[in-house]
Design a protein around this ligand. Structure first.
Ligand SMILES: CC(C)(COP(=O)(O)OP(=O)(O)OC[C@H]1O[C@@H](n2cnc3c(N)ncnc32)[C@H](O)[C@@H]1OP(=O)(O)O)[C@@H](O)C(=O)NCCC(=O)NCCS
Length: 152
Protein backbone atom coordinates (compact mmCIF):
# COMPACT_ATOMS: atom_id res chain seq x y z
CA UNK A 1 0.00 0.00 0.00
CA UNK A 2 1.46 3.35 -0.97
CA UNK A 3 0.50 6.89 -1.90
CA UNK A 4 2.50 9.00 -4.34
CA UNK A 5 2.22 12.02 -6.55
CA UNK A 6 0.55 11.16 -9.87
CA UNK A 7 2.50 11.54 -13.10
CA UNK A 8 1.59 11.64 -16.78
CA UNK A 9 1.89 7.85 -16.86
CA UNK A 10 -1.07 7.57 -14.48
CA UNK A 11 -3.51 9.52 -16.66
CA UNK A 12 -5.21 6.50 -18.20
CA UNK A 13 -6.05 4.68 -14.94
CA UNK A 14 -6.84 8.04 -13.32
CA UNK A 15 -9.39 8.80 -16.00
CA UNK A 16 -11.02 5.41 -15.45
CA UNK A 17 -11.25 6.05 -11.69
CA UNK A 18 -12.52 9.57 -12.25
CA UNK A 19 -15.36 8.16 -14.37
CA UNK A 20 -16.41 5.94 -11.45
CA UNK A 21 -16.19 8.92 -9.11
CA UNK A 22 -18.27 11.08 -11.46
CA UNK A 23 -20.97 8.40 -11.64
CA UNK A 24 -21.05 7.92 -7.89
CA UNK A 25 -21.04 11.60 -6.97
CA UNK A 26 -24.27 12.29 -8.83
CA UNK A 27 -24.10 16.09 -8.83
CA UNK A 28 -27.46 17.63 -9.86
CA UNK A 29 -27.65 17.95 -13.65
CA UNK A 30 -28.39 21.67 -13.52
CA UNK A 31 -24.79 22.34 -12.38
CA UNK A 32 -23.75 21.39 -15.89
CA UNK A 33 -20.65 19.55 -14.73
CA UNK A 34 -19.51 17.38 -17.59
CA UNK A 35 -17.26 14.36 -17.42
CA UNK A 36 -15.06 15.98 -20.08
CA UNK A 37 -14.50 19.08 -17.94
CA UNK A 38 -13.74 16.86 -14.94
CA UNK A 39 -11.17 14.86 -16.88
CA UNK A 40 -9.55 18.10 -18.04
CA UNK A 41 -9.29 19.13 -14.36
CA UNK A 42 -7.59 15.82 -13.63
CA UNK A 43 -4.99 16.51 -16.32
CA UNK A 44 -4.38 20.05 -15.04
CA UNK A 45 -4.00 18.88 -11.47
CA UNK A 46 -1.53 16.16 -12.45
CA UNK A 47 0.49 18.74 -14.39
CA UNK A 48 0.45 21.03 -11.31
CA UNK A 49 1.84 18.19 -9.16
CA UNK A 50 -1.21 18.24 -6.91
CA UNK A 51 -2.75 14.90 -7.83
CA UNK A 52 -2.06 11.84 -5.68
CA UNK A 53 -2.76 8.16 -6.21
CA UNK A 54 -3.08 5.26 -3.79
CA UNK A 55 -1.75 1.94 -5.02
CA UNK A 56 -2.46 -1.54 -3.77
CA UNK A 57 -0.60 -4.45 -5.42
CA UNK A 58 0.41 -1.99 -8.19
CA UNK A 59 -3.25 -1.18 -8.93
CA UNK A 60 -4.40 2.42 -8.49
CA UNK A 61 -7.35 2.20 -6.10
CA UNK A 62 -7.87 5.86 -5.23
CA UNK A 63 -6.92 9.44 -5.94
CA UNK A 64 -7.00 12.90 -4.41
CA UNK A 65 -6.90 16.19 -6.31
CA UNK A 66 -5.85 19.42 -4.63
CA UNK A 67 -5.60 23.07 -5.67
CA UNK A 68 -4.03 26.25 -4.36
CA UNK A 69 -6.60 29.02 -4.23
CA UNK A 70 -6.25 32.75 -3.54
CA UNK A 71 -4.92 33.99 -0.23
CA UNK A 72 -3.49 31.08 1.72
CA UNK A 73 -6.34 28.70 0.94
CA UNK A 74 -5.81 25.14 -0.19
CA UNK A 75 -8.66 23.21 -1.78
CA UNK A 76 -9.20 19.48 -1.60
CA UNK A 77 -11.27 19.36 -4.75
CA UNK A 78 -11.83 15.62 -5.20
CA UNK A 79 -11.12 12.38 -3.39
CA UNK A 80 -12.14 8.89 -4.39
CA UNK A 81 -11.39 5.33 -3.31
CA UNK A 82 -12.73 2.26 -5.15
CA UNK A 83 -15.54 0.57 -3.16
CA UNK A 84 -13.48 -2.63 -2.70
CA UNK A 85 -10.63 -0.66 -1.11
CA UNK A 86 -12.62 1.54 1.27
CA UNK A 87 -12.10 1.83 5.01
CA UNK A 88 -8.47 0.84 4.75
CA UNK A 89 -7.22 4.40 5.30
CA UNK A 90 -6.41 5.08 1.65
CA UNK A 91 -8.30 8.38 1.83
CA UNK A 92 -6.40 9.20 5.02
CA UNK A 93 -3.05 8.65 3.29
CA UNK A 94 -4.14 10.51 0.15
CA UNK A 95 -5.33 13.51 2.15
CA UNK A 96 -2.14 13.48 4.19
CA UNK A 97 -0.06 13.67 0.98
CA UNK A 98 -2.29 16.46 -0.40
CA UNK A 99 -2.07 18.39 2.89
CA UNK A 100 1.74 18.14 2.92
CA UNK A 101 1.92 19.43 -0.66
CA UNK A 102 -0.49 22.30 0.04
CA UNK A 103 1.43 23.21 3.20
CA UNK A 104 4.65 23.36 1.15
CA UNK A 105 2.90 25.74 -1.22
CA UNK A 106 1.85 28.08 1.55
CA UNK A 107 -1.71 26.99 2.25
CA UNK A 108 -2.55 27.72 5.89
CA UNK A 109 -6.07 26.24 5.65
CA UNK A 110 -7.74 23.52 3.62
CA UNK A 111 -11.33 23.65 2.44
CA UNK A 112 -13.60 21.16 0.72
CA UNK A 113 -17.24 20.73 -0.23
CA UNK A 114 -19.33 17.70 0.51
CA UNK A 115 -22.92 16.69 -0.13
CA UNK A 116 -25.06 16.71 3.00
CA UNK A 117 -26.10 13.09 2.34
CA UNK A 118 -22.54 11.79 1.86
CA UNK A 119 -22.18 10.10 5.24
CA UNK A 120 -18.88 8.25 4.68
CA UNK A 121 -17.11 11.38 3.45
CA UNK A 122 -18.56 13.51 6.23
CA UNK A 123 -17.52 10.91 8.79
CA UNK A 124 -13.94 11.06 7.51
CA UNK A 125 -13.80 14.87 7.43
CA UNK A 126 -15.23 15.10 10.94
CA UNK A 127 -12.65 12.63 12.24
CA UNK A 128 -9.89 14.69 10.68
CA UNK A 129 -11.15 17.83 12.38
CA UNK A 130 -12.78 19.76 9.55
CA UNK A 131 -15.37 22.28 10.72
CA UNK A 132 -18.55 23.20 8.88
CA UNK A 133 -18.32 26.78 7.61
CA UNK A 134 -20.77 27.14 4.73
CA UNK A 135 -23.88 25.57 3.36
CA UNK A 136 -24.98 25.41 -0.28
CA UNK A 137 -28.75 25.71 -0.70
CA UNK A 138 -30.84 25.34 -3.82
CA UNK A 139 -34.38 25.67 -5.12
CA UNK A 140 -35.92 25.47 -8.59
CA UNK A 141 -36.15 29.04 -9.90
CA UNK A 142 -39.85 28.72 -10.73
CA UNK A 143 -40.63 27.55 -7.22
CA UNK A 144 -38.74 30.46 -5.72
CA UNK A 145 -40.50 32.97 -8.00
CA UNK A 146 -43.93 31.64 -6.99
CA UNK A 147 -43.07 31.68 -3.31
CA UNK A 148 -41.66 35.18 -3.43
CA UNK A 149 -44.55 36.48 -5.54
CA UNK A 150 -46.96 35.23 -2.89
CA UNK A 151 -45.13 37.42 -0.38
CA UNK A 152 -45.22 40.66 -2.39
C1 LIG B 1 -15.12 9.20 1.26
C2 LIG B 1 -14.07 8.18 0.85
C3 LIG B 1 -13.03 8.87 -0.04
C4 LIG B 1 -13.37 7.61 2.12
O1 LIG B 1 -12.33 6.76 1.69
P1 LIG B 1 -11.71 5.61 2.63
O2 LIG B 1 -10.40 5.19 2.06
O3 LIG B 1 -12.72 4.57 2.87
O4 LIG B 1 -11.46 6.43 3.99
P2 LIG B 1 -10.49 6.01 5.19
O5 LIG B 1 -10.42 4.52 5.28
O6 LIG B 1 -9.20 6.74 5.07
O7 LIG B 1 -11.34 6.55 6.42
C5 LIG B 1 -11.14 7.83 7.01
C6 LIG B 1 -11.95 7.92 8.30
O8 LIG B 1 -13.35 7.97 8.00
C7 LIG B 1 -14.03 6.89 8.58
N1 LIG B 1 -14.99 6.32 7.62
C8 LIG B 1 -14.75 6.06 6.32
N2 LIG B 1 -15.83 5.53 5.74
C9 LIG B 1 -16.79 5.48 6.71
C10 LIG B 1 -18.11 5.02 6.73
N3 LIG B 1 -18.70 4.50 5.63
N4 LIG B 1 -18.80 5.13 7.89
C11 LIG B 1 -18.22 5.63 8.99
N5 LIG B 1 -16.94 6.07 9.05
C12 LIG B 1 -16.23 5.99 7.90
C13 LIG B 1 -12.99 5.85 8.88
O9 LIG B 1 -13.36 5.05 9.97
C14 LIG B 1 -11.76 6.70 9.17
O10 LIG B 1 -11.74 7.15 10.51
P3 LIG B 1 -10.68 6.51 11.56
O11 LIG B 1 -9.32 6.69 10.92
O12 LIG B 1 -10.88 7.34 12.77
O13 LIG B 1 -11.05 5.08 11.69
C15 LIG B 1 -14.73 6.98 0.09
O14 LIG B 1 -15.82 6.51 0.84
C16 LIG B 1 -15.20 7.34 -1.29
O15 LIG B 1 -14.43 7.29 -2.26
N6 LIG B 1 -16.51 7.69 -1.46
C17 LIG B 1 -17.06 8.04 -2.76
C18 LIG B 1 -16.51 9.34 -3.32
C19 LIG B 1 -16.76 10.50 -2.40
O16 LIG B 1 -17.81 10.63 -1.81
N7 LIG B 1 -15.75 11.37 -2.26
C20 LIG B 1 -15.84 12.54 -1.42
C21 LIG B 1 -16.56 13.62 -2.09
S1 LIG B 1 -16.67 15.09 -1.07
Amino acid sequence: VSVRQATGRDLEPLHELYKEYFRELDTPAYWGLTLEAGLAEVDETVAEGLAFVAEMDSEIVGFALARRRQGTRGLLSDIYVLPKARQQRHATRLTSAAADALHKRGATHLTLSVHVANAPARAAYNRWGFEERALIMDIPTDQLRIRLAARL
